[in-house]
Design a protein around this ligand. Structure first.
Ligand SMILES: Nc1ncnc2c1ncn2[C@@H]1O[C@H](COP(=O)(O)OP(=O)(O)OP(=O)(O)O)[C@@H](O)[C@H]1O
Ligand SMILES: [Mg+2]
Length: 268
């Protein structure tokens, strides 16, 4: 069973011998924890190795993904021109006549018909000759929840897992933002059916101090060892970077003295 490094340091630390290709992985967490940046960086790394990627955009149109790649200095145009990066646009149906031509888009879908979605995804993966290579991304599956009930979304994910990572060895990553309380039911169901679960959050202790340190945890991964710790990271100019926790804690300890308030002695 082949395992691959995803090329995002804190993630690869969380799964030190790699991620099995035949896995469906869920990345979940609150809004703004960096889920989209993580999937974009994984996609970029695999593209750089010459592996194909199929990206189903549901939260935003593919232009937003292209712009995000560019914002980190990753040359996305070349991959699109080579046909290595293909988009299935599940967003622009909203735009009607305002729709514009976006390069790299090979299909358009409306995320209310799961059978059709599976069919289209399969078709594009087949056209791209993806067997035991490449990656499929769906960012995010929250959009499906606006169109469908929980059991249909679960059924869709089960079918997707059987058809793509299991049948073809194409690693598949789906994202879920968990900000709304109502999504916890879906998250619990998904966590047991997927092969890997990566949780993201802001460090709760530092958050109380107003320090936004992001963390991820490879909570589960079938068929591979994990370091199930909260691993800190930040997003900088060139993407996700790990943070040295010991260095951070000694910096904070050293600075603590400077923040001590002393009572003003009344002048006599
Ligand atoms: N080019 C960039 N340079 C530095 N930081 C960036 C850059 N692009 C994004 N970020 C940081 O990443 C954060 C959001 O990341 P991202 O969009 O991946 O979150 P998310 O978890 O996908 O959120 P949502 O659940 O709302 O989709 C931003 O708040 C910003 O701080
Ligand atoms: Mg996102």
């Amino acid at each position: 069973l082949e395992r691959i490094k995803l090329g995002v340091e804190p993630l690869d630390f969380g799964a030190p011998s790699g991620f099995p290709r035949k896995s469906l992985i869920l990345i979940s967490g609150d809004a703004g924890t960096g889920k989209s940046v993580i999937v974009n960086q994984i996609t970029n790394n695999l593209l750089m190795k010459g592996e194909p990627a199929v990206y189903v955009t549901l939260d935003d149109d593919p232009t937003a993904v292209i712009d995000a790649f560019r914002s980190f200095g990753w040359s996305v145009d070349e991959f699109i021109e080579k046909g290595l990066l293909k988009f299935i646009d599940g967003f622009s149906f909203r735009l009607g006549s305002l729709k514009k031509q976006i390069k790299g888009v090979v299909r358009e879908i409306v995320p209310d018909d799961t059978k059709k979605m599976i069919y289209v995804i399969n078709e594009v993966i087949e056209e791209s000759k993806m067997v035991n290579k490449g990656i499929l991304i769906l960012d995010s599956i929250n959009e499906l929840m606006f169109q469908l009930d929980v059991s249909s979304v679960i059924d869709f994910v089960k079918t997707l897992r059987a058809a793509v990572p299991k049948a073809r060895g194409v690693i598949t990553i789906i994202t879920l933002h968990t900000t709304a309380e109502a999504l916890n039911q879906l998250k619990n169901h998904l966590e047991y059916l997927v092969d890997g679960v990566i949780d993201t959050r802001l460090d709760p202790n530092l958050q109380e101090l107003g320090i936004p340190l992001k963390q991820l945890n490879v909570k589960k991964l079938r068929g591979a060892p994990t370091n199930p710790l909260w691993i800190p990271y930040v997003i900088v100019d060139d993407g996700i970077r790990p943070v040295d926790q010991h260095k951070l804690s000694s910096l904070i300890k050293a600075k603590l003295r400077e923040a001590v308030r002393f009572e003003q002695k009344p002048q006599s």
